[in-house]
Design a protein around this ligand. Structure first.
Ligand SMILES: *Cc1c(COP(=O)(O)O)cnc(C)c1O
Length: 376
């Protein structure tokens, strides 16, 4: 039996990336910045419909700069999805601010609007105005943006959208990454497209994007010498990485299509197992299906861990859903509003191999392995 490794989500090059990287070498634009960076930013503007984009060294850097530009300082409170990857919340603590974690609702697994409002009211009652709301679209599924944006607008709190996992997803036909005052993308190695490592900040407000470029290149004042009147960062994307990004943008739509096909395939393969369920798309919700996730309710005598361990033995990588931030040792002292939804998702959920480069045979190996666990 073929036992070669099947990864959760591995880089998938389109073929033209090397042309852009070679062009950078041929013209000696190996130094940071250069034409690939500008063109990659334009590609992202075109694809998402965002007003302006700056290409940065990571999604984490983009979140950090967004918080800095909103004036988040030590002791401030920032409201944040609890069910996410730690990179969403870390930059809040870089600033010495306090993350206030919000649980998920069951329809999208993202921030629960009712709990968001409860948290805002409590902050205001204490005389604290939250500096920002960090909303995540986990696994590519749009959060309930209508409800969340309405609440944010009512209390006049700026929204930062963490669309790191959601490039190519839309909500009511509008690209994720275009709802926040500022929004964030990631091009890390396991994301839907990759630049080997990188991120971007998006906004309709040009001043934020100009300022993010300034801060990301060490906040250098205009002068012939190196003059600085504020603290800067080394957060810009390199011209080499952006070359990879340009090639990847040519195949992004295909990547979304393929990942959605993976999801459909798994759904059809497990249709006969009532104890496995999937995250469904409501009307107006279009997910890039970055990762296909299943929930295993245990009623068939099979747990999430049974499946994970059985697949591991067959050299197939799977991963439990994100462990909520309010349950992480490093964050557990911070405020949390919730009803245990994300904890239950963490308990029962498993991410299946979801790369756009998986062959039909590999997908079948995964499905067969899971079906065998239930047949035992
Ligand atoms: C990947 C990811 C990030 C961080 O992006 P990097 O480019 O790896 O820094 C932030 N938030 C979420 C939800 C992510 O999945």
């Amino acid at each position: 039996m073929n036992n070669s490794k099947i990864w959760l989500s591995s880089p998938h090059m389109g073929g033209t990336e090397l042309n852009y990287v070679k062009e950078a070498f041929d013209t000696n634009w190996v130094a940071p910045l250069g034409p690939n960076v500008n063109n990659f930013e334009e590609d992202l503007v075109r694809f998402t419909g965002a007003g302006y984009v700056s290409a940065l060294s990571s999604g984490t850097a983009a979140i950090h700069l967004a918080l800095i530009m909103l004036g988040v300082k030590a002791g401030d409170e920032v409201i944040c999805s609890s069910f996410t990857f730690s990179a969403t919340a870390n930059p809040i603590v870089y600033q010495g601010a306090i993350p206030v974690f919000i649980d998920s609702e069951r329809d999208t697994w993202n921030m629960d609007p009712a709990l968001l409002e409860e948290a805002i009211k409590d902050c205001l009652a204490k005389g604290i105005r939250p500096k920002a709301i960090l909303i995540v679209h986990l696994y590519g599924m749009p959060a309930k943006m209508k409800e969340l944006m309405e609440i944010a607008a009512r209390y006049e709190i700026p929204v930062i959208e963490d669309a790191a996992e959601a490039l190519g997803s839309t909500y009511n036909g509008k690209a994720l990454g275009t709802f926040g005052l500022m929004s964030v993308l990631s091009f890390n190695g396991n994301k839907i497209i990759t630049t080997s490592g990188g991120g971007a900040l998006l906004s309709d407000n040009k001043e934020y994007i100009d300022r993010s470029r300034f801060l990301a290149t060490q906040a250098r004042d205009e002068a012939p010498h190196y003059q600085h009147s504020q603290i800067g960062y080394n957060y810009r994307m390199s011209n080499i990485c952006a070359g990879i990004g340009r090639g990847q943008m040519e195949v992004l739509s295909e990547r979304v299509e393929q990942r959605r096909k993976n999801h459909q395939y798994y759904q059809s393969q497990f249709a006969g197992i009532p104890s496995i369920s999937f995250l469904e798309e409501g009307a107006g919700f279009f997910s890039n299906r970055w990762l296909t996730c299943i929930l295993v309710d245990g009623s068939a005598g099979v747990t999430r861990e049974d499946i994970r361990i059985a697949l591991e033995a067959e050299n197939i990588e799977t991963r439990p859903l994100w462990k909520p931030m309010h349950k992480q040792p490093v964050f557990e002292q911070y405020p949390y509003y919730g009803k245990g939804v994300s904890e239950e998702l963490f308990e029962k959920g498993l991410c299946l191999p979801s790369g756009s480069n998986l062959s039909p045979e590999e997908l079948q190996r995964v499905a067969d392995a899971i079906n065998r666990v239930f047949a035992k």
